[in-house]
Design a protein around this ligand. Structure first.
Ligand code: EPZ
Length: 419
């Protein structure tokens, strides 16, 4: 077992480089299933979730090799087992992204129904209703989604809620469907745009990229191609918040600043001096204590839910009151109890956390409960007085590439310890 040990109180300073985006590379690897021939995906982050997605495809019969540290080569021409088994799906919900590709390319798919996760029920009804609207025959048997279709047919489908993976599953399915599909109320996150660009490069016919209405004209065949994954805006935002919380001064390279505009606006509101170039973001807090900022999570381009926990840590030591409202997930405040154990003054009622900033947090042993909650505990440990230990850090490794190495690069006193 491993834990992260942090000696808090040091301002972060220096330069770090962003990794590829987890939530872009996962749908892109799944989408490679629909291509004939080989795809080369570049700037792939070293994350547990990526390893899991790779394993999911390999057990289907996909030829997948990691041809150097950040590139993978994928050829899905010889899939023998169009199935996503429970053992894998239970460790990573994004496995549901195999459903659309398998169904549209092979006419059948068996995908374990993802259960809920720590942050919420996370249903997939919109995914299934959309595929049924395209003519798929879908039923659930022994906890598995069994889907069949001779060939999916284009349709018009309005998604009741904005769902990133729902949009991605249906978009991929529509690329090989017969005729035209119009998807409405689509997610417009940068990761959806990156997937769309990959599909276009494979030969897909898609209009409306980056908007909430996607028009897809089905084709008979798609081809593997090269694709460079976009930088991870949530990893970047996490490092910027850590620098703001510790009063530091950092630059993050390999960034698409526009992708995290709503986060930069909130960091400026907290008192940070932000400078952007074409591919970097610099933050300077001038050693000042952050000002409190109110947060309202919503689909892109609004403030991302995946940055909510990190801002709770920032607000926990800010000079005043703030309100953080979580509008997407019903249980995404599990980091609050752990922050309170470190001396934070926060009360949660329904989907709102009222935070009264305190002068300082105290180091303590804490336990991670989900990916972004673990990031908020790291930030809290960096600002707290004394030693903090974070247990169950496998959550962190799912979404952050060697977080302790990158933070050490910025001067943090942080290490991973076996116990
Ligand atoms: C994606 O999850 C991200 N994951 C999540 O990132 C992110 O928090 C989320 O989008 C919101 O931005 C990936 O891209 C792999 P949802 P997604 O479950 O699309 C409702 C992280 O930390 N809904 O679709 O799977 C649902 O209840 C992770 O990196 C339905 O009702 O999110 C929720 O309220 C966590 N029916 C909302 O939509 C459906 O069929 C979005 O949740 C699907 C979704």
């Amino acid at each position: 077992m491993e834990k992260i040990v942090i000696k808090g109180g040091k301002a972060l300073n220096g330069t770090v480089t962003a990794s590829g985006a987890k939530n872009a590379v996962l749908p892109i690897i799944a989408a490679s299933i629909v291509g004939s021939g080989t795809s080369i995906i570049k700037n792939v982050p070293h994350l547990e979730d990526v390893t899991t997605m790779n394993e999911l495809l390999i057990q289907m019969g996909v030829d997948l090799t990691i041809n150097d540290t950040t590139n993978i080569e994928i050829c899905a021409d010889h899939i023998t087992n169009p199935k996503a088994p429970y053992e894998i799906v239970k460790t990573m919900r994004a496995s549901i992204l195999a459903l659309g590709p398998l169904l549209t390319k092979y006419g059948r798919a068996e995908v374990s129904l993802p259960g809920g996760c720590a942050i919420g029920a996370r249903p997939v009804d919109i995914h299934l209703k959309g595929l049924e609207a395209m003519g798929a025959e879908i039923h659930v048997e022994n906890g598995y989604i069994i889907a069949k279709a001779d060939r999916l047919k284009g349709c018009q489908y309005y998604m009741d809620k904005v769902t990133v993976t729902g949009t991605e599953n249906l978009l991929i399915a529509a690329t090989l469907a017969e005729g035209e599909t119009i998807l409405e109320n689509c997610a417009t996150e940068p990761e959806v745009v990156d997937l769309t660009k990959y599909l276009l490069n494979m030969g897909a016919k898609i209009e409306g990229i980056g908007t909430s209405v996607l028009k897809i004209t089905g084709v008979d065949k798609l081809y593997g191609c090269e694709h460079v994954v976009i930088p991870d805006r949530i990893e970047i935002g996490t490092f910027l918040v850590a620098a703001a919380a510790t009063g530091g001064k950092i630059t993050v390279n390999k960034v698409v600043p526009h992708d995290l505009e709503s986060v930069l606006i909130k960091l400026r509101e907290s008192g940070a001096e932000i400078t952007v170039t074409e591919d970097s973001v610099s933050l300077n807090m001038h050693g000042e204590r952050p000002k409190p900022v109110n947060i309202n999570t919503a689909p892109h381009p609004a403030f991302p839910t995946d940055m909510q926990a990190q801002f709770c840590s920032l607000n926990a030591i800010a000079s005043g009151y703030s309100i953080v409202t979580e509008n997407l997930f019903e249980n995404r405040f599990m980091h609050i109890n752990e922050l309170v154990r470190m001396g934070a003054d926060i009360t949660v009622s329904h989907n709102q956390a009222v935070i009264h900033g305190v002068e300082r947090l105290n180091g303590a042993p804490t336990t991670a409960t989900d990916l972004r909650a673990s990031a908020s505990l790291v930030i809290a440990g960096l600002v707290a007085e004394g030693i903090s230990e974070i247990y169950d850090i496998h959550f962190i490794d799912r979404g952050y590439e060697v977080i302790e190495e990158k933070l050490s690069q910025l001067g943090a006193d942080i290490k991973r310890v076996s116990y």
